[in-house]
Design a protein around this ligand. Sequence first.
Ligand code: PMP
Length: 386
Amino acid sequence: AVVVEVEAIKTTESMLTNLNQQSILDFDKGDPTMYEAYWKSIGEDFKITISASEALSYFANPKSFCWFMLPKLEQEIRNLHNVVGNAVVEGRHIVVGNGSSQLIQAALYALAEPLDPSSPISVMSAAPFYSCYPQIAHYMRSGLFKWGGDAHAYDRDDQPYIEMVNCPNNPDGELRGPVVNKANGMLVHDLAYYWPQYTAITKPVDHNIMLFTMSKCTGHAGSRIGWAIVKDSHVAKQMVKFLEISTIGVSKEAQLRAISILEMISTNSCSTNFFEFGQFVMAGRWKTLREALEGTDILQVPNFPPRHCNFKRNYIECNPAYAWMKAQEGINLEEVMKEENIRVRGGGTFGCPSNYARLSILGRDNDFDQFLKKLPSIVKRLAHSK
Ligand code: PMP
């Protein structure tokens, strides 16, 4: 049993997995392990301990409509947005969730529930869309909503619909607005990556439903803490109802940890600012990736013009969490990568052709360096696959 445990630790410590005796480098998942180096450098500060007598109750704040949210967490979420300047929180309702994944479901429930129960409402997003939107909209075979596919292809004028707007977009890093723009539309803005390490903060955004997550903001994906900023109080209450029915709220331990981390970031209590670190690492990775691809058009990644960031008070390069790679038409890029023992997520899962694939930039330094070392051989293989 001990040996098995040690093996398991080894596997999770590096993204290197062992399949069929071959070492596979895994860049499929957007697991934000790159932040681990920062949090290790913080050491024991901001550690939380919870005694057996604490946080037993389901309730955190019976006076609030979001009765399972610790008041201090709500305060830290508001503080962080005010410090970064990426979202309007004044006069808005905050709902905490088990990651933003649960809040996507809660938002779909809240928007679809009051409508005609005889036909499920279409949920769509412009391709390339985050690959979990179709899964979330489809997996429960809900009577309230169904996956409606690529928003570019939506041409019904008479039916209500929900459009997921992801900005910056996973997988391609584009800054997006809604594409359907019809009268019956409802929007959910997924702003998981609207943080300074990925993109310029150009204004505090103010949409009806905005979703954020610790996973991509601080890298604490394991805590499963996300939050929604909601304008309409009825929609916010319906989202809370969804959380009540599905999980009776959100772990207090996770909320306590989130409070400590968010407070540390907002008050800038460490020698290196967290977002400075994130920007530095992301910029370095994109720079080396671009350098490695210089002079070849066999494998392309998008370019992003520098934009003025109000948080940084300067023009900055945008460094998305993923590289949306494009090979020549007809090539199955995911398969070619697999032949090089590299796992990426193929274009098909994002509603795109298979000559596209998504590479996560969020892993550990060592794994990313290994990918760079393999690039010449990948490019050679792609050239031969023509
Ligand atoms: N939205 C987007 C665009 C994402 O990329 C992710 C994570 N990959 C999520 C939502 C969900 O994140 P979580 O549930 O960890 O908060």
